[in-house]
Ligand binder design. Structure first.
Ligand SMILES: Nc1ncnc2c1ncn2[C@@H]1O[C@H](COP(=O)(O)OP(=O)(O)OP(=O)(O)O)[C@@H](O)[C@H]1O
Ligand SMILES: Nc1nc2c(c(=O)[nH]1)N[C@H]1C(S)=C(S)[C@@H](COP(=O)(O)O)O[C@H]1N2
Length: 207
């Protein structure tokens, strides 16, 4: 894959993957993809488009979806939800590590820290993040837990009663990571999540 065709130079292409045996077989309605899309709609200030998949907890299907999204669709970022726990069929971290060329352990570490503010079972999520690099492109892949409310919790973090950020969500670090792997310049709405970039990496706003 070379870089994807973007409708705007700053457009980010995002893959969304909901991994659930029951949602993918119609036992319950999938709430993962709508929650991911709704959160991105509130958070992103720069242009974006998504490519979505709903699949079962099958390692081959998960790895194949991740490869297709990064290599064929040119996704700069892929967010997965589900399958990160200790149950026998929870295999999302293994399937993600299998397609990564670099592991990014900080994302999983920070998400477990954030989630501990919401549930004591946060440590049961084995979520990981990786970068998948091909000859002409790279994509950041991040696992989120399956509980739909955990999507906002981990991406956005936690605020106190005055609205001040108590624990930063992991999305604060995503735009700069996308810069570093050669992707588009992503901006966010600060009232949802303030993206952090070192001063030298900030785009100077037009006068
Ligand atoms: N895609 C989804 N849509 C709606 N709710 C979900 C989804 N995925 C998970 N949940 C909810 O979060 C809980 C924990 O998610 P988890 O990924 O551990 O599911 P699970 O028990 O492995 O089952 P399944 O893979 O069939 O969703 C589920 O029991 C369900 O209530
Ligand atoms: N923010 C947040 N993190 C969370 C949760 C949650 O509700 N909110 N649920 C935990 C639970 S109960 C489990 S078992 C693990 C793994 O969930 P998964 O298998 O659905 O990915 O995520 C944990 N992390």
């Amino acid at each position: 894959m070379t870089e994807p065709t973007r409708s705007h130079p700053d457009e980010i292409v995002i893959g969304l993957v909901s991994i659930s045996d029951r949602a993918s077989s119609g036992v319950y309605e999938d709430k993962g993809l709508p929650a991911l899309e709704a959160w991105l709609g509130q958070a992103l200030a720069s242009p974006w488009r998504v490519e979505k998949r709903l699949i079962a907890d099958e390692p081959e299907q998960i790895s194949a979806a991740l490869i297709e999204l990064v290599d064929t669709f040119g996704c700069d970022l892929v967010l997965t939800t589900g399958g990160t726990g200790p149950a026998r069929r929870d295999v999302t971290p293994e399937a993600t590590l299998a397609v990564g060329t670099k592991e990014m352990p900080g994302f999983g570490e920070q998400m477990r820290q954030i989630s501990l503010n919401f549930v004591p079972t946060a440590i049961l999520s084995r979520q990981v993040a990786v970068i998948r690099e091909t000859a002409g492109h790279a994509g950041l892949i991040i696992n989120l837990p399956g509980q739909p409310k955990s999507i906002q919790e981990t991406l956005e973090g936690l605020r106190d009663e005055t609205g001040a950020v108590k624990v930063p969500g992991i999305f604060a670090a995503v735009p700069y990571c996308i810069d570093l792997i050669g992707g588009p310049y992503v901006t966010t709405h600060e009232q949802v999540v303030a993206a952090f970039r070192p001063k030298s990496a900030r785009r100077v706003p037009p006068a």
